[in-house]
Write a protein that binds this ligand. Structure first.
Ligand SMILES: *Cc1c(COP(=O)(O)O)cnc(C)c1O
Length: 398
């Protein structure tokens, strides 16, 4: 048996690769530098152009761009009118922002469990957590796979709940042929460098609802409007006049970022093809390894996958997840874990949440790690990842 790099053997590759990496090309650089010498660095034409193009791409009526994905979720909670006394159901297997946004507006996050095969929120668990206080559901397209939209929509309609989709992982994905961004009441995107497309930091919300749109616009620009039809006093002072009519934030995206993102959006479909090809290759390689569980996908989802997660069958291996992770790192493949269940964090424990709330999520969490997935990985890179997983599994097999 081959000696693992962690015990002094030769690593499968010389240089380190990471679980995710942005793809920035010449045309992105050109788009950004053009804005730098233009008249507007922010609040200019690139932002409106981006919002139009993003809405078109997502087949949505409106898109509002914001400074990051967390701001998108915060604005969606504000537009939904969530406040003290309201409960919002979400998943624990996500980035903390999916629940933190509910706390920002004084609401209470309630954690529903996941489906242990797809890792997405289980519609029946959503139903089981509904009370008189439930106001909304924040469902996450985890790893880029669409939520079970039809089932969740039906439950939300039955109980009159607002459906917010956290699509930080899933821009470019389709549900039954429909674009993510056109499905839920509001859909929130992130453009952080590890996500499917990036502009450094950035986010957006799409919606088809006129009322939500008006509130989203206000929420991300201080609650200030230049639109007379929205004003309370409107003294007809002229075009310079504006009114603050709610308490909003400065969550604007700059024109520099908007130009970057417009350029990235042109490449999203080609990025998707590359991501899909890598997912297919990994699935083929790992399906014959009994110690590795691969994520299942529902047939309704055509996923632009942001993450590729392997789940270790720890009962079949003589190692912990920590040891497997460190062994991958020594082979020069830097993995990550997505995610610690949100309510495991000390901040949430202090709020009164405790372990045991979502047994499926907790069980899945124990064995998962994310391996490299991004468009510029070469055949050699993905071969190396597969080789490292096989080498370590062979070594630790019971
Ligand atoms: C990245 C991410 C966010 C937050 O996005 P930022 O742009 O980093 O603020 C929210 N939800 C999920 C599921 C994410 O992965």
């Amino acid at each position: 048996m081959e000696k693992l790099a962690i015990f002094g053997g030769k690593p499968v590759r010389e240089n380190k690769i990471f679980y995710g990496h942005q793809t920035v090309l010449e045309d992105d650089v050109k788009a950004v530098t053009e804005v730098l010498t233009s008249d507007y660095l922010t609040c200019g034409p690139k932002v409106s152009e981006l919002e139009k193009k993003l809405a078109d791409y997502c087949e949505a009526k409106y898109a509002v761009s914001v400074s990051n994905g967390t701001a998108a979720l915060h604005c969606a909670c504000l537009a939904a009118g969530i406040g003290p006394g309201d409960e919002v159901i979400t998943t624990p297997l996500t980035f903390a922002a999916s629940a933190n946004c509910v706390l920002y507006v004084g609401g209470t996050p309630v954690f529903a469990d996941i489906n242990p095969k797809t890792y997405n929120i289980d519609p029946e668990s959503i139903r089981a957590h509904i009370t008189d206080k439930t106001k909304a559901v924040i469902a996450v397209d985890f790893t880029g796979q669409c939520i079970e939209f039809d089932k969740i929509r039906k439950i939300c309609d039955e109980y009159n709940l607002i459906l917010i989709e956290d699509a930080a992982h899933s821009i470019g994905s389709l549900y039954r042929g429909r674009k993510v961004g056109s499905l839920a009441d509001m859909t929130c995107f992130s453009f952080h460098p590890v996500k499917n497309i990036t502009c450094g930091e950035g986010g957006a919300i799409t919606t088809g609802n006129d009322e939500f749109y008006k509130k989203l616009v206000l929420a991300h620009t201080h609650g200030i409007t230049h639109d007379e039809s929205l004003m309370e006093e409107a003294p007809h002072e002229g075009s310079w006049y504006y009114e603050q009519i709610s308490l909003g934030f400065n969550y604007r995206l700059t024109d520099i970022q908007a130009a970057f993102l417009l350029s990235q959006l042109n490449k999203l479909d080609s990025f998707k093809e590359k991501r899909k090809a890598i997912v297919k290759k990994y699935n083929e390689a790992f399906k014959s390894i009994p110690e590795i569980i691969i994520q299942e996908e529902i047939p309704e989802s055509d996923s632009c996958r942001h993450l590729y997660i392997i789940r270790l069958s720890l009962d079949k291996l003589n190692c912990t997840r920590r040891e497997f992770f460190d062994a991958m790192s020594a082979e020069n493949i830097q993995c990550q874990v997505h995610y610690v269940p949100t309510y495991f964090f000390p901040y949430y424990k202090h709020l009164g949440y405790s372990e045991g709330l979502c047994p499926n999520a907790e069980e899945v969490y124990k064995g998962i790690l994310s391996i490299p997935l991004y468009p510029t990985l070469t055949e050699k890179d993905t071969d190396d990842v597969i080789e490292a997983v096989k080498k370590i599994t062979d070594y630790y097999r019971r």
